[in-house]
Ligand binder design. Sequence first.
Ligand SMILES: [Zn+2]
Length: 143
Amino acid sequence: MKIVMFENRNAIFDFDLPGVIDRLKYYSDQNVHEATELLDTISSCLSPTIKVTSDYFGYIVLDLIKADKGHVYCKVCKETYDSNQLSSRPLGLGKTPFSINLKEKGGIIKRLFSKKQLIMGRGGEAYDCSEHHVLISMITWIS
Ligand SMILES: [Zn+2]
């Protein structure tokens, strides 16, 4: 089976090709230009190990890890982990603007209804290895 590899500063990720194609098709169908481009590149690649360098692929990596697919090599502890061994961590204000802690007294609710102040923020998701080294972190929204 063909393998798709993606390397960033902290880690090297590998995934089986069908799972990657599946996610790329999903985004390509939603007219995500980068996904369509990657799909073309990957489909036309003949080597058994396909190396992807596009930063956009980081979002596909998040999806695949979330689905417990693939493996990650941590460059710090030099260990390979299955995706289901990684721990997920919200960045900034969280995975989506809606995961903001609503119990925070006064805070966000007050700001939501205050016309003077616009909510500015950004959030995303990160994955760490079991030794708490950051493997990947992606900003998934900015308001
Ligand atoms: Zn590590």
